[in-house]
Design a protein around this ligand. Structure first.
Ligand SMILES: NC(=O)c1ccc[n+]([C@@H]2O[C@H](COP(=O)([O-])OP(=O)(O)OC[C@H]3O[C@@H](n4cnc5c(N)ncnc54)[C@H](O)[C@@H]3O)[C@@H](O)[C@H]2O)c1
Ligand SMILES: [Zn+2]
Length: 280
């Protein structure tokens, strides 16, 4: 890492008032994989909302895979990067946190004013009647409906919190139904590919960015417009955009300061450097 770039980052943080925009890269050190590696190419093809809503078979596949992945996803713990972001907030370097992550780890690490741009996998919504459920309850219903289903299937956890399964295993799985209306059209309450972020939430984030002293992008390729637009807005109104992320991002043109380094160690060092907090 270039020393002058590091000093610029420390100065920016010391001036305070930054909005943090976090992505999947902040949670990889907790064992939840990201979508894109440093080369910016997507490794997995995520399921779109229209795929999910198209057929009962698609929902059976989604929920079977997700049922197997859930214990591991839910057991993921915050890492040094999440804790450092919460510390930066206490120091005044960061004000609000806009996260594209759906894992809740930033809040678990003590982050305040976290805007979950894409929702959280801990909630399930019925696409037929609109009722929302805690994922933990839906998980219990699925366990009751599938007493003989072997949940300890080997295989890596994937970015959406699922595990790939054979067609045979998927065929054995009985998805849960909404207890209000009986529909099987249950969807994780997250913004899936093919959906968009609610407009008032986007406006709230634009306002936070415009009221800030700059944007700090942590672990995001910015390939998805829902996060990238805040980078564009910050640049347009003349605010600095600092990025700590491995590899390529779509925001290169808007980036004023880039550090390609692991988030846990880098953010921990930044917190230590600020020590008593920014002089306001
Ligand atoms: N943890 C989660 O909740 C999770 C996980 C995967 C995907 N998603 C969803 O997928 C979308 C993905 O977009 P995105 O931009 O957030 O992620 P992304 O996968 O497109 O990009 C992640 C970036 O972080 C970098 N990175 C990974 N580990 C790092 C580390 N330890 N230190 C520094 N950099 C690191 C990668 O090189 C990559 O550039 C989001 O909309 C999000 O909702 C969420
Ligand atoms: Zn319903």
């Amino acid at each position: 890492m270039r020393e002058d770039v590091w000093r610029d980052l420390v100065d920016l943080a010391r001036d305070g008032g930054l909005v943090a925009l976090t992505g999947a890269g902040l949670s990889t050190e907790s064992g939840i994989p990201d979508y894109r590696g440093p080369d910016g190419r997507r490794r997995n093809q995520p399921m779109t909302v229209s795929d999910l809503l198209a057929t009962p078979q698609a929902r059976q596949r989604y929920w079977a895979r997700s049922y197997v992945g859930w214990p591991r996803f839910a057991a993921a713990a915050p890492n040094a990067g999440h804790r450092a972001v919460a510390a930066l907030q206490r120091q005044g370097a960061v004000t609000c946190i806009i996260t594209q992550n759906v894992d809740g780890l930033q809040q678990q690490a003590g982050g305040r004013d976290v805007v979950e741009l894409h929702g959280n996998l801990d909630t399930v919504v019925c696409m037929n009647c609109g009722e929302r459920y805690e994922r933990a309850s839906v998980d219990e219903w699925m366990a009751e409906a599938n007493p003989d289903f072997d949940r300890s299937v080997e295989g890596p956890l994937r970015p959406d919190g699922d595990v790939l399964l054979s067609d045979d295993l998927v065929a054995q799985f009985r998805p849960a139904r909404c207890i209000i209306c009986g529909s099987d059209k249950l969807k994780p309450d997250v913004v899936m590919f093919g959906e968009s972020v609610a407009k008032p939430l986007v406006e709230q984030c634009f306002s936070a960015v415009e009221a800030s002293r700059g944007l700090l992008v942590l672990g995001s390729s910015l390939a998805v417009m829902s996060g990238y637009r805040f980078v564009r807005r910050a640049a347009r109104v003349g605010l600095p955009v600092a990025v700590i992320t491995h590899g390529w991002t779509r925001g290169e043109a808007e980036t004023s300061l880039k550090i390609d380094a692991p988030l846990g160690a880098t953010l921990t060092r930044l917190v230590a450097e600020l020590g008593g907090g920014p002089a306001r």
